[in-house]
Unconditional design. Structure first.
Length: 499
């Protein structure tokens, strides 16, 4: 019996995929969830690795600055201040499990201390450093990707085994066991390198996604929630959501949701927003995917939501002004998330899905869409430029990022100064036939000139002189035609105005 059990254990261990331990923890936050603790607290503790040798520990009862050492080879964190240690095993790039030397184990997630996951305007690392717990009640789950977009996952009120988002190359599936009376899961839009993406109030942008909510929800009656509102006992909801740091007076980070909502079998598209006094809703077809689009007009300071069943003929849902929104007045960044809720409803793959999530925005005005500016500092391709989406000239060489991307085949790089390469081209222009420098262009003034090849190796030049009183309607005054013989040796030709 002992031998069989031992061999089975070895076999199970061999199936677990482990990831390399990070060499340095500086600038990271580790959120630890102790096994068995339930929502909303989840037994959460924070380690903010302020330097390579000092961490800030914070939970709901204490804060301390501890000295530590990190062994990336074994995954052991030794807390020298309290003579304790943790053994960490990474099962993903930023997730894994831990064992504590004094007893106990659990799961962990790490993320960048500069992130503001609770959207209160202060990086989480700075909050933890001064003893302020991040306000999010969601349990952090780590990163996942859909197509070229990446998301940071979290859930609330339910375990990930009861409600989760499953990612594939084509879509995100909402999966729910149906055993939980209430639970939500969120996917915050982040860059491929893990930084939180944000949109700006200063330029136009459009967000689109295809959502399907086809699950069959049975009428289970209603209840009164903690806010005194009437809620359906059985419901399945999926949404696209806007977040910001000063969205409303009560600091609620989400200020607009477009939802496919099924309450007790009643299916609606709902625009839920603090920008209006009440929600707007219409029925939707449960057997068809709905194309949802949210557009922002920076000139009018308006958000317009719309839907379509074919992706072409969109029907507007609601247009709202953001001019009085504190976030707009402050110029705060805007985040985007996808999410789902399941209350007593089992959801199988393919029933509730997200597809084709696309954000079109150029917040720095450099001619590149934010989605391709991956901020890695390394140019890979036109779809992975490595540039900073908030800096029009990422490498500071006075050439817009988009120009350097277009000219990458000629040795220009938007992440490394191309000033020397540009100088090479300017010097070559003075010698190459058919290329004019700025100085050579100064004496050249052409308008209405046509060059027509003629028989025998010549050219016919035709000049039209026109006049106008309003720069709109022009009248021909004279036409001058001249032929030039270019047979034999090559000739360079120029037309200029007299001195």
């Amino acid at each position: 019996m002992f031998r069989v059990s031992f061999l089975a254990s070895l076999f199970l261990v061999s199936l677990i995929t482990t990831f390399a331990q990070p060499a340095d923890l500086t600038g990271k936050i580790r959120v630890s969830y102790w096994g068995g603790d339930l929502a909303p607290d989840y037994g959460v503790e924070y380690h903010y690795y302020k330097t390579s040798s000092q961490l800030i520990f914070l939970d709901r009862e204490e804060r301390s600055a501890n000295d530590y050492t990190w062994n990336s080879g074994t995954g052991r964190l030794t807390d020298s201040t309290f003579a304790e240690h943790f053994d960490y095993t990474y099962t993903g790039n930023d997730t894994g499990t831990f064992f504590f030397s004094e007893g106990g184990s659990g799961e962990f997630v790490t993320y960048n201390a500069s992130w503001d996951l609770d959207y209160d305007g202060t990086p989480d690392g700075e909050q933890i450093d001064v003893g302020i717990l991040p306000k999010y009640t969601h349990k952090q789950l780590g990163m996942a990707s859909l197509d070229t977009s990446s998301f940071w996952l979290s859930n609330e009120g339910v375990s990930s085994s009861d409600l989760s988002l499953e990612f594939s190359a084509q879509q995100i599936d909402v999966i729910a066991s149906g055993s939980s009376p209430w639970g939500i899961v969120n996917a915050l839009w982040v860059t491929n390198s893990g930084e939180i993406n944000s949109l700006s109030w200063e330029n136009d942008w459009t967000i689109s996604v295809i959502m399907l909510n086809s699950v069959n929800v049975v009428d289970g009656g209603t209840r009164i929630d903690s806010d005194g509102d009437i809620e359906a006992i059985n419901q399945a909801v999926i949404w696209m959501q806007l977040l910001t740091t000063a969205a409303t007076i009560d600091d609620d980070s989400d200020f607009l949701e477009i939802k496919l909502q099924d309450h007790n079998g009643y299916k609606r598209i709902v625009v839920d927003s603090s920008l209006a006094a009440d929600d707007y809703s219409i029925p939707y077809s449960p057997v068809e995917a709905v194309h949802i689009r949210l557009s922002y007009d920076s000139t009018a300071a308006e958000l317009t939501s719309a839907y379509s069943y074919d992706g072409n003929d969109y029907i507007d849902l609601r247009t709202s002004s953001v001019a009085e929104l504190p976030s707009y007045i402050n110029g705060d960044p805007i985040g985007v998330s996808l999410g789902a809720e399941s209350d007593n409803v089992a959801i199988s793959p393919g029933e509730n899905t997200f597809k084709n999530f696309v954000v079109v925005s150029d917040r720095d005005g450099d001619g590149l869409d934010d989605s391709v500016e991956t901020n890695t500092g390394i140019y890979v391709s036109e779809t992975d430029t490595g540039t900073d989406p908030s800096n029009a000239d990422s490498d500071g060489d006075s050439i817009l990022d988009a120009i350097e991307v277009r000219q990458a085949t000629f040795g220009f790089d938007p992440t490394v100064s191309s000033a020397a390469r540009l100088l090479d081209f300017q010097q070559a222009a003075a010698e190459l036939p058919g290329v004019l420098t700025d100085a050579q262009r100064q004496g050249l003034s052409l308008g209405g000139v046509s060059l027509t090849p003629s028989a025998g190796g010549g050219f016919s030049f035709e000049f039209m002189i026109e006049e106008s009183e309003d720069l709109s309607d022009w009248t021909t005054v004279d036409t001058i035609t001249h032929s030039l013989d270019t047979s034999g040796t090559k000739k360079f030709i120029r037309v200029r105005k007299p001195e």
